[in-house]
Design a protein around this ligand. Structure first.
Ligand code: GLN
Length: 263
């Protein structure tokens, strides 16, 4: 009897040693696999809600990040995010300091296409005029040559305000680092209008503190399509992003992320 018990104890001990060994291997394999997963650096300018903003912990968050993270999961890579001023985003890719731009960036701009490659479109947008609540300005056609109008540096909005100034349609093109600064100056009465992407203007107006003071006027201007930018020639990453985006649109994850940030 005693011999049987001894054999049983030896057998159970051996099984435990094998199981602990296997678990250890499993952890090691997982760590090794994780080590092999490529992590790309993405850059953004996070005063562009709901695409690119910061959460209550100050972490970079938004529609662009959730969409890129879902693409990364679908395609087996990881992404870490850094914030830069908008006009520093493309130089960061050109100098190979970053791999991806996730910043609601218009992909249909030839000057940009010469420096970086874009993914397929992930959002169709356009520009809109913001003015103070009590303003008589009806849109860009009712701008007057005494006005100061703002747009964010390096963006299609800045391009438009500089164009209006060059055509003497306005007195001053005010180019600022952040959309939030432009909103502040408009609300303070330092400038008479802001040009900004329509979905972002709508997001700012959702917040009472802005919605009570400013409004959008006129039609959506200069339709544009947002793409994720990659370093010029990085066809491998561009394809991963395009394939991942197509899969998310197919399997409903794109719609789920859209609902989270826009509805
Ligand atoms: N869509 C605009 C552009 O591409 C603005 C982008 C932004 O401010 N993040 O220039």
């Amino acid at each position: 009897m005693k011999k049987n018990n001894l054999l049983k104890i030896i057998f159970v001990s051996l099984m435990m040693v094998v199981l602990i060994g296997l678990a250890g291997c499993g952890d090691k394999d997982k760590a090794k696999a994780d080590k092999n997963v490529k992590t790309y650096t993405a850059v953004t300018e996070p005063t562009f809600p709901p695409f690119d903003t910061t959460d209550e912990d100050g972490e970079i968050a938004g529609f662009d990040m959730d969409l890129m993270n879902a693409i990364a999961e679908d395609q087996g890579f990881k992404v870490k995010y850094k914030s830069l001023e908008f006009d520093a985003l493309i130089p960061a890719l050109e100098s190979k300091q970053a791999d991806i731009i996730t910043a609601g960036m218009n992909a249909e701009d030839p000057a940009r296409q010469a420096k970086v490659d874009f993914s397929d479109t992930y959002y169709d947008s356009g520009l809109v005029v913001l003015v103070k609540k009590d303003s008589d300005i009806k849109g860009v056609d009712s701008f007057t040559p005494d006005m100061a109008v703002a747009g964010q540096i390096g963006t299609t909005s800045a391009d438009l305000v500089n164009e209006l100034k060059a055509d003497n349609k306005i007195a001053k093109a005010v180019v600022l680092n952040k959309n939030s600064e432009a909103i502040q100056q408009l609300e303070n009465g330092d400038i008479q209008a802001v040009i900004m992407d329509q979905p972002v203007a709508k997001n700012y107006l959702k917040h009472k503190k802005h919605g009570q003071k400013i409004k959008t006027v006129g039609e959506v201007l200069n339709a544009e399509s947002y793409g994720f930018a990659v370093q010029k020639g990085n066809k491998e990453l561009q394809k991963k992003i395009n394939d991942g985006l197509a899969n998310l649109k197919e399997n409903g994850k794109y719609d789920k992320i859209y609902k989270k940030w826009f509805e």
